[in-house]
Design a protein. Structure first.
Length: 398
């Protein structure tokens, strides 16, 4: 788990100790081509004209600055340190030009523990994206870099007693070609992770993906993916190949559904290869105009967003709900369970995360967020660890 800024479009909320790993999509607003998650079927992702900030406009360019500060209490930072109150600070700036297809995002964040200064964190996020349409193709080029801290409540982080700094960089190019009856999307990316305190864990990933989708509300989907991972210690290198097939369906403003299943092969530089079934399933549903439910289920070889040279089979499920009250108050709750079974080893590890939050938008400029999170780690080779985290954040957007 990386301590960093969680963005809930259209409002940025600093939720301390949020489970983010290196998932750049979850850390960037929707206006950044190539990274920001698209508007989905959710109370959080849809537009809220009553209190959404209009930003600062210069011609066709929109500047969206934001300033977040908060206080909180962590009962056991990293599962090992003593309980401590903390303060957070996170300014950010998003720049978008819809006509030019350009988006940029800059943010910094810091967390200060009053009783446990060894748990202090600081980081930044920088992202640039460009989207261009030409005939039947949509081209996207995106670059991002973030500096964040991984904590003891992540897979294979048992030796972490204080936040571990990670600098991650990624460049992605994609081409979505519309053939009328179907779309074909090819994507190429390179990602680098650097850990100054653990240089042996430094890694470079090269990823290629090809997605075939028929057109229409109900679609047949084929997804092919290959990853080449290189570590400083070449014996840890591995290649992973995935093939998934399934269906996707959506009813605008009501639901999105996606279910894929297939096989994955992991070929390590040393040792025998591993063949395993994999799956991805997701449901976004709005039963009413004020409620939304999101569910995801995945089984894969390794976590592509987790920095770890120790291979494992990952099974993960997450469910979240959101309710909008009086148009200006949004209440959310989520629960996730993650299980890892390490390769060629009897070791297993499980993570459980629960979160409940309420956000009150006072007007277009100010909002207040209160959040409670519970993180728990279980394993068959060490004692359990858990923490309770309570935060209260104040957000200002001019």
């Amino acid at each position: 788990m990386i301590r960093n800024v969680t963005i809930l479009t259209p409002c940025l909320v600093l939720a301390a100790h949020s489970a983010a790993a290196l998932e750049l999509d979850t850390l960037l607003p929707s206006g950044i081509p190539g990274f920001g998650a698209a508007q989905g079927v959710s109370i959080l992702s849809r537009l809220h004209p009553d209190y959404q900030s209009l930003g600062i406009n210069f011609g066709g360019v929109t500047l969206s600055p934001q300033f977040t500060t908060g206080i909180g209490y962590d009962s056991a930072p990293n599962g090992t340190a003593a309980g401590s109150a903390f303060a957070t600070l996170a300014p950010s700036l998003a720049i978008t030009d819809a006509t030019a297809g350009f988006g940029a995002y800059f943010a910094t964040d810091a967390e200060q523990f009053f009783s446990e200064p060894t748990q202090n964190t600081a980081g930044y996020t920088v992202a640039l994206g460009e989207r261009a349409e030409y005939a039947a193709d949509i081209f996207t080029l995106a670059l991002a870099q973030l500096r964040a801290q991984e904590s003891g409540f992540a897979l294979n982080t048992l030796s972490i007693a204080k936040p571990l700094t990670v600098t991650a960089s990624e460049i992605t190019f994609s081409d979505k070609h519309d053939c009328g009856l179907f779309t074909l999307t090819s994507q190429f990316s390179a990602a680098w992770a650097r850990l100054p305190a653990e240089p042996a864990a430094n890694s470079t990933d090269y990823r290629q993906a090809l997605t075939f989708e028929t057109t229409g509300p109900a679609r047949f989907v084929t997804y092919l993916h290959a990853t080449e991972t290189a570590y400083r210690a070449s014996a840890e290198n591995a290649n992973t190949y995935e093939s998934l097939f399934g269906l996707a369906d959506d009813a605008p403003g009501l639901w999105n559904f996606r279910a894929l299943a297939g096989l994955a092969i992991r070929q390590p530089a040393m040792g025998s290869y591993l063949l395993s079934p994999v799956l991805e399933a997701a449901l976004d549903w709005m039963p009413t105009t004020l409620d939304s439910l999101n569910f995801t289920l995945a089984r894969e070889l390794d976590d592509p967003e987790q920095e770890s040279a120790a291979g494992y089979t990952l099974t993960q499920a997450k469910i979240s709900i959101a309710h909008e009250y009086l148009r200006t108050i949004v209440m959310t709750a989520s629960f996730s369970a993650t299980h890892a079974a390490y390769f060629q080893s009897p070791l297993t590890e499980s993570l459980f995360n629960t979160d409940a939050a309420i956000t009150w938008h006072l007007n277009r400029q100010f909002s207040v967020n209160a959040d409670y999170a519970f993180n728990d780690r279980q394993a068959n080779f060490l004692g359990a660890a858990n923490e309770h985290v309570v935060t209260c954040n104040f957000v200002w957007t001019p």
